[in-house]
Design a binder for this molecule. Structure first.
Ligand SMILES: Nc1ncnc2c1ncn2[C@@H]1O[C@H](COP(=O)(O)OP(=O)(O)OP(=O)(O)O)[C@@H](O)[C@H]1O
Ligand SMILES: [Mg+2]
Length: 352
């Protein structure tokens, strides 16, 4: 199973890509949550507008589906500037980047998604472009090669990354402003659900939105996706209105539980609890027990379980927390008695 097949996967699937354009907020005032980033960005953009200049380069970091692409488009819209969209993996050679940079208009926003995946030579070219609005274009090969300096119009680079830690410090330092996006609070996701429901022309009552928001793993993209699946259910099985009952019945069909865990997440937890008494157990053993690849358990299921405080990664292996037992409605085995080190808490074969 890869994350694209999951209803609660945070990466965009093909259906998401088709509807997301319609659901993206278009201006800063419409963007829900992320108060700190929004306030700071508002100042950066206002100041730039007041100076009649170009905004400083902006780095947006955060998990998939939290609104980095959306915010980059808002930056361009707020500056009244055109936006050019590309991504780290699309820029294999420094020449690719030079071609893009040299065709920018003054004030244009260059959105560089997955900026941590750019090639090294392109990255080095970007340093100079960001700092001095200049690139050296290398003409020719070998000893006869010469660098021709090329002036660039001032532009705003907006870089997005899910892995800010992978950015080399010289690149990170060249951004005038870094916005770190956090997971959303349930109340903010309720607003996202209401806003999207209105755009999709779906009637949702407040309790229905609460139900969807609570299962969306802090991520607007997932909230929008769950909303679409619940809408389907409401249309087929009821009168189209999303109530709490409809939302919870629909998400039960899709096996997304009250906390946003899906079948894989629960299978991992259940094995850990039922087969291994809550751990510690090694990742490979756990993966075999679940019938999944090691990487799937580690990269697809575990991050959310860890974030939710349901599972801990320890040097001795994976361990379930008390919250995990409670979530699956299971009772943890009795703790070892202090006077019987390593014991099970029960009188052993050789007496207590
Ligand atoms: N603050 C928000 N308010 C309302 N809707 C939002 C907000 N943030 C994100 N969304 C919605 O969530 C969806 C995903 O957002 P976006 O594509 O910007 O995420 P991303 O951070 O760029 O993800 P990725 O890392 O996968 O590129 C969009 O359809 C957008 O409508
Ligand atoms: Mg994006």
């Amino acid at each position: 199973m890869n994350s694209d097949e999951r209803l609660v996967g945070a990466d965009a699937d093909t259906e998401d890509q088709a509807v997301e354009a319609a659901l993206r907020p278009k201006e800063l005032g419409e963007f829900i949550g992320q108060h700190r980033v929004r306030e700071q960005l508002d100042l950066v953009l206002r100041a730039a507008r007041a100076r009649g200049g170009t905004a400083d380069h902006v780095l947006l970091s955060g998990a998939p589906g939290l609104g980095k692409t959306t915010l980059s488009m808002i930056i361009a819209a707020e500056m009244g500037a055109p936006i050019r969209i590309t991504s780290g993996p699309a820029i294999q050679h420094a020449g690719d980047l030079a071609a893009i940079l040299s065709s920018l208009q003054e004030g244009e926003v260059l959105f560089l998604d997955e900026i941590h995946r750019m090639s090294r030579p392109a990255e080095e070219m970007l340093y100079m472009a960001m700092e001095d609005f200049r690139v050296d274009v290398i003409v020719g090969k070998g000893p006869g090669a010469t660098a021709i300096p090329l002036e660039l119009p001032p532009f705003t680079l907006v870089g997005a990354t899910t892995r800010a830690g992978l950015l080399p410090p010289p690149l990170r330092d060249r951004f005038g402003f870094t916005g770190h996006m956090d997971f959303y609070e349930p109340a903010e996701l309720e607003l996202v659900v209401h806003r999207s429901a209105q755009l999709l022309d779906v009637r949702t009552d407040p309790e229905g939105a609460v139900e969807i928001a609570g299962r969306s793993r802090g991520t607007p993209r997932i909230a929008n996706r769950l909303l679409r699946r619940v809408r389907d259910y409401a249309q087929v099985k009821a009168d189209g209105v999303i109530t709490r009952e409809i939302a919870s019945a629909a998400l039960e069909v899709y096996e997304v539980d009250e906390r946003g865990l899906d079948r894989l997440d629960r299978a991992v937890l259940r094995s850990l609890l039922k087969l291994f008494g809550g751990g510690p157990v090694g990742l490979s053993t756990l993966a075999v027990a679940v019938g999944e690849e090691r990487e799937t358990v580690e990269e697809v299921a575990e991050p959310f379980l860890v974030r939710e405080g349901l599972l801990a990664r320890t040097p001795r292996g994976r361990v379930a927390t008390p919250a995990a037992w409670a979530h699956l409605g299971l009772t943890p085995p009795p703790q070892p008695h202090p006077s019987t080190p390593g014991g099970s808490g029960q009188p052993g074969l050789f007496g207590a």
